[in-house]
Design a protein around this ligand. Structure first.
Ligand code: TXA
Ligand code: MG
Length: 313
């Protein structure tokens, strides 16, 4: 099955939504990374997502819709959710909330959990696709399970060629790391650092956000230790390269590729997966990475890099 590359225009949104309606898969851009979309109400479509990614079935998916009112049909809606949705949607934030009975979603989407992860993406192509489809779209990042997330249509084609019907091309993703996932079923808990800094959530909620402890029974967001893995092994906090390594730099260092020579974390996040893909293609034995500060978007960048560097299963 050749992947059909669909242009981001009115005809394209229509044909992409028809693909979804048939229970087939379309990759599409969000402002964070490209998602691999399927109709969240259709068991077969959702099963196809897991099959295309080679993803373990217990890992639940994020549902994408284009408005707060569409979200409210799927989940319970506490006041904190409303505060955050008003402040940050559409945008790189996913909320985990109690699933409403009668949501109509495939139980495969939530892996039978009583909660659902939902987000309203800001990317105009995602918005237009969701409007044309007029239904909930389940979408993990559009990469084979455990590999680097895609931030361009070309990354999607390289990773999933032969496994999905179509990709909507909307250019490179602006944010470049996945959404921040916040659990709101109990006290606000950061389940995955991401494109919206946790500091911004704490400011909007006027209170602290608990950090997910890896001892929790609810192991969810990309919590498998090895994830985002390039072929090359990854070494963090590197001051210089060793034999057979290429350097992924940050700040004023001489590097094979630099996330942000100016040391800007927003620019670094946008470049992260792109540069990992490009360095991996150089076929070096290892990728050494400069230290990245652990604040703001640096938390999300370091989280992804630690997983990329983790021992492989
Ligand atoms: O930016 C993003 O979030 C991208 C774009 C495409 O929207 N999506 C994405 O999806 O990163 P994925 O599947 O690669 O990561 C979703 C994470 C998974 O690690 C999953 O365990 C977690 O969300 N998750 C989904 N439902 C959950 C739930 N009910 N409770 C806790 N975690 C959940
Ligand atoms: Mg992913």
């Amino acid at each position: 099955m050749q992947i059909n590359q669909i242009s981001a225009n009115a005809d394209g949104f229509k044909s992409a939504s028809e693909v979804l309606r048939k229970g087939e898969l379309v990759a599409f851009p969000t402002e964070t990374v490209y998602g691999l979309g399927g109709d969240a109400r259709n068991d077969l479509a959702v099963a196809r997502i897991f099959a295309a990614k080679g993803r373990p079935r217990f890992n639940p998916l994020i549902v994408h819709v284009n408005s707060i009112s569409a979200v409210q049909k799927l989940v319970e809606w506490p006041e904190q959710a409303d505060i955050l949705a008003q402040a940050f949607w559409p945008g790189p934030l996913t909320l985990v909330l109690p699933l409403k009975p009668g949501s109509g979603l495939s139980p495969l989407v939530t892996a039978d959990l009583p909660t659902l992860a939902v987000r309203v993406p800001a990317h105009p192509v995602a918005q237009s696709l969701l409007a044309a489809f007029d239904g909930p779209v389940a979408a993990p990042s559009a990469n084979p399970s455990g590999r680097i997330s895609p931030t361009t249509a070309a990354h999607v084609m390289a990773g999933l060629s032969g496994r999905i019907s179509a990709v909507l091309d909307g250019g490179p993703c602006e944010v470049g790391v996945e959404s921040t996932i916040l659990g709101l079923a109990d006290a606000p808990t950061l389940l995955r650092p991401g494109g919206l800094p946790v500091e911004a959530l704490e400011a909007a909620l006027h209170g602290p956000v608990a950090r997910h402890s890896s001892d929790d029974p609810l192991t969810a967001p990309g919590q498998m230790a090895s994830h985002y893995a390039p072929d090359a092994r990854v070494r963090l906090n590197a001051a210089e390269t060793r034999k057979d390594e290429v350097l992924l730099g940050f700040g004023p260092v001489e590097a094979d590729l630099n996330l942000s020579p100016a040391g800007d974390l927003t620019e670094a996040a946008a470049n992260l997966f792109h540069h990992l893909h490009a360095l991996d293609a150089m076929d070096a034995a290892g990728i050494a990475v400069s230290p990245i500060p652990e604040h703001g978007l640096g938390r999300a960048i370091n989280d992804r890099l630690r997983r990329a560097a983790a021992p492989r299963p």
